[in-house]
Write a protein that binds this ligand. Structure first.
Ligand code: PFF
Length: 503
């Protein structure tokens, strides 16, 4: 009798209705807040158009190989990250759990709060509620920022309310499953997102001074390429923006049919995310160029990054517009909200898939419990001290956590399981074969080396001076312990037996 293969063991696994549906969902996860407000600034700061060289080098040598790895193991093992890792080697199940746990009970908790800010600002746009001083409005009136992480302050009720909306949306989409929830939502979200971004760029182009901003964004300064920081920034951007090391792409690929062009899909996902980041950057820098022209300030002074860009600089620019200010604000914050939700549902699904694989609980129960816990866990970031908590947790999780998880994933697949075995599977289903140089070499040597470098330089920097100037105690108790607690939880879950034996 034929041996049951992993494929025949779970005949009822959900599946994408179409290949397109899968691609849109993967792209939806990749394009997020990170792509829209981070890419442009990092590009500008690191040599403009010249930064595209290290960016593409990082994409080809780390992004695409890791994406092929995640698609490959998810597809071959037909499981979420914990199940796929356990099938690769029973001793490594914990790594799958740790990844999905610190992302679900860490990164997404504060990511959802930032989406909630966008929802609030969508509303504020209607009345230009930030008034003449968007900086004071954001930090004092809206966030009610306290003296530091040790002073929690009060819960900000508008943020809390918006957080309910964000989690309700996450819940509703994932509740209906892979085909009827996630695939359907992304089939609406992704075209909508592209339209919104194109509207923003087109609109921005009509504003005086915008061209100057766009040119500054892309003007190449090749001399910057000799600075190692530029390369470090390119590599660290690639992992986050492509949602690698989150356990997301593993789960999404596990819902693909047997015939799936994994090699092509990895390229398509990475290149579409890059194209969208680049184009969104035009809108961002165009608006900054307009603001510089209107205020007469030097360009360098109006440029801001991250939350300062979205919640201070943009509102300022919106107020300066000659007409249709409200509509411009709505388009911008809707873009961020849609991009954010398409990303947050992907990790909700990644964790949900992991629990369903292991314990066979019904999807609807798992999603409901996770959404409620996700909301409750996010409340701490919706307080006056929330911004510093967010900053600390983000630093530890999206640097130490993700870097370490990606290194270990490469060790597991590259060395323990064997990169060539994964490559054989990918090549058996892809139209064009993947060579050693695109998979084995990066996974076994290059990616672990680059990530180890990033990790060690972070450790050295953090030891020299405490991150963000926060008290050591706060950094250790909030940041480090967040990682430790999620690791312990992962170890405990990994020790529980599978409802159905794996092999
Ligand atoms: N690729 C996403 C971004 O660039 O924003 C990263 C992400 C964050 C994915 C949070 C999923 C998630 F839940």
């Amino acid at each position: 009798m034929a041996q049951p293969t992993p494929q025949t063991m779970e005949p009822h696994r959900a599946q994408w209705k179409t290949q397109w549906g899968f691609l849109l969902a993967a792209v939806g996860s990749a394009i997020g807040l990170g792509s829209i407000w981070r890419f442009a600034y990092v590009c500008y700061e690191n040599g403009g158009g010249a930064y595209l060289i290290p960016y593409f080098v990082a994409l080809v040598t780390a992004g695409v190989p890791l994406m092929i790895l995640e698609y490959g193991i998810g597809h071959q093992m037909r499981g979420s990250a914990p199940m796929s890792f356990a099938k690769l080697s029973p001793h490594w199940e914990w790594l799958g759990w740790w990844t999905v746990t610190f992302v679900m009970f860490g990164i997404v908790l504060y990511y959802a709060v930032v989406i909630a800010w966008c929802v609030c600002y969508l509303w504020f746009s209607l009345s230009l509620a930030w008034g003449a001083d968007p900086n004071a409005f954001f930090f004092q009136q809206f966030l009610g920022v306290t003296a530091g992480p040790q002073v929690i302050g009060d819960i900000r009720s508008p943020i809390l309310l918006a957080l309910v909306i964000v989690w309700a949306a996450n819940w509703l989409i994932v509740f209906f499953g892979v085909e009827h929830g996630i695939e359907k939502a992304n089939k609406i979200f992704m075209p909508l997102l592209m339209i919104l971004i194109l509207v923003l760029v087109g609109w921005t182009l009509t504003l005086p001074g915008s061209m100057d901003g766009m040119l500054r964004y892309l003007k190449p300064d090749f001399s910057r390429l000799t600075d190692p920081k530029v390369w470090v920034d390119a590599y660290s951007q690639i992992f986050f923006t492509l949602s690698l090391g989150f356990g997301i792409m593993v789960a999404y690929a596990s819902y693909l049919p047997k015939k799936a062009d994994l090699h092509r899909d990895a390229w398509v996902t990475s290149l579409v995310d890059t194209a969208v980041s680049l184009v969104a950057g035009l809108a961002v820098f165009g608006t900054l160029g307009y603001m510089a022209a209107q205020t007469g300030k030097p360009f360098e002074q109006v440029v801001q990054h991250g939350i300062g860009l979205a919640f201070v600089a943009y509102p300022q620019a919106i107020s300066l517009l000659p007409h249709l200010q409200q509509a411009f604000g709505v388009v911008f914050f809707l873009t961020l909200t849609v991009a954010g939700i398409a990303s947050s549902i992907s990790i909700l699904e990644a964790f949900c898939a992991a629990v369903m694989d292991k314990f066979h609980y019904p999807r609807k129960t798992v999603v409901t419990v996770l959404s409620v816990v996700g909301f409750l866990g996010g409340i701490v970031f919706a307080t006056g001290g929330g911004l510093s908590w967010l900053d600390i947790v983000d630093h530890f999780l999206s640097h130490y956590g993700l870097f370490l998880a990606c290194i270990l994933q490469c060790v597991l697949v590259g060395w323990v399981y064997g990169a060539h075995r994964l490559r054989e599977h990918v090549n058996a289903v892809s139209a064009t074969p993947v060579g050693k140089w695109l998979l084995d070499v990066p996974i076994r040597y290059l990616i672990p080396a680059v990530l180890a470098y990033l990790l060690i330089s972070d450790v050295i920097k953090d030891i020299r001076e405490p991150y963000g100037g926060y008290p050591w105690m706060a950094l250790l108790l909030i940041g480090r312990d967040w990682l430790v607690v999620t690791l312990l939880a992962a170890l405990i879950i990994a020790m529980r037996p599978w409802r159905k034996p794996l092999k």
